[in-house]
Ligand binder design. Structure first.
Ligand SMILES: NC(=O)c1ccc[n+]([C@@H]2O[C@H](COP(=O)([O-])OP(=O)(O)OC[C@H]3O[C@@H](n4cnc5c(N)ncnc54)[C@H](OP(=O)(O)O)[C@@H]3O)[C@@H](O)[C@H]2O)c1
Length: 295
């Protein structure tokens, strides 16, 4: 378990953040946004399916979860074995109700049984969110997904997909009112979803979780050797990781951004992006131009 002192130690290790006014956020709870059409709030920074969860290393996974949950985080994306590891750890920490777990369930004949069994393993009366990467499968099996909700086995249903080739089909599902949530890649390096899909989701009242905020780590190769622009301080941005996350969070359709890390210091850095000001439209354009200059 990570004590307050450990948390502050990690906070202090993020050198730039420690020199900024943001230091005060070490004592604060992450800002949250509502799941559209509900009173339920999700913290703006979520956790991706970390290697710490996938490896089943309980110490590393527990440390990461403790940091995240102690700042009020809730959404964790849990593919594969992580669904059991995180569910069990959350239970042992007494945080089952705080955790909002994004599960994956492809269409199959025994979806009810699988959902019931997974909910039991996560110590939840109903799974928080069930989604699939199969856009076609979701549409053709929509009745089965909806039945999971109607039977109280699942609270929200949706689809998760990266890559612009899936955006049109995803937009069709959003437009037809079939999904509660979408998970999609969006960032300064991959801005395409911001053009039509995200505005459409906002218009239709669909929750939006963002994947690949750092294009699976390639972002850090792009910015390596470059100083963070001084004007980043104007929106309380202290690090390059926060530069990407604050761009994403300043899109009004975004409910939560999923950050993947196995490193506690990076988790603290990423959580820091949830605090303080966000860039306005003009600054977003400046950020895009700046990144184009680096790439
Ligand atoms: N449904 C799908 O098809 C799908 C596809 C892709 C992604 N996703 C979801 O989206 C999540 C995130 O996307 P992603 O996997 O592309 O990962 P990402 O979050 O874009 O990038 C992760 C990489 O960035 C590094 N990193 C994270 N925070 C950092 C920081 N503050 N400073 C420096 N390096 C940092 C991590 O290394 P360290 O571990 O060393 O920090 C890791 O190498 C995934 O975990 C998954 O949950 C879903």
């Amino acid at each position: 378990m990570t004590s307050r002192r450990d948390f502050l130690k990690y906070t202090g290790a993020v050198t730039l953040a420690a020199t900024q006014p943001q230091l005060s956020w070490a004592q604060q709870t992450l800002p949250a946004r509502p799941i559209p059409g509900t009173d339920e709030q999700l913290a703006v920074i979520g956790l991706g399916n970390s290697q710490a969860f996938r490896s089943g290393d309980r110490d590393s996974a527990g440390q990461l979860l403790e940091i995240f949950l102690s700042r009020g985080g809730n959404y964790v994306d849990v593919g594969g074995s992580s669904a059991l590891v995180v569910g069990e750890l959350g239970h042992s920490m007494g945080k089952t109700d705080q955790l909002f777990l994004g599960n994956y369930l492809d269409p199959r004949d025994d979806m009810q049984d699988v959902a019931r069994s997974l909910a039991g393993a996560q110590h939840k009366s109903a799974l928080d969110l069930v989604h699939t990467r199969s856009l076609e499968g979701f549409r053709s099996s929509h009745d089965s997904y909806r039945a999971l909700k109607e039977e109280g086995l699942v609270r929200y249903i949706g689809v998760a997909r990266t890559g612009a080739s899936g955006f049109e089909a995803m937009a069709g599902l959003v437009d037809d009112g079939l999904v509660d949530f979408i998970q999609v890649n969006y960032s300064m390096m991959e801005p395409q979803a911001g053009e039509r899909l995200l505005p459409l989701a906002m218009d239709r009242g669909v929750g939006v979780a963002i994947s690949r905020p750092f294009i699976n780590g390639d972002y850090f190769s792009i910015i390596r050797g470059h100083a963070l622009p001084e004007w980043a301080a104007e929106f309380d941005c202290a690090t390059w990781a926060q530069f990407s996350l604050k761009f994403i969070l300043s899109h009004p359709a975004v409910t939560c951004v999923l950050t993947e890390t196995a490193n506690p210091e990076h988790a603290v850095d990423n959580i820091g992006a949830g605090f303080g000001r966000l860039p306005d439209d003009a600054t977003r354009q400046r950020m895009l131009a700046h990144m184009r200059g680096l790439a």
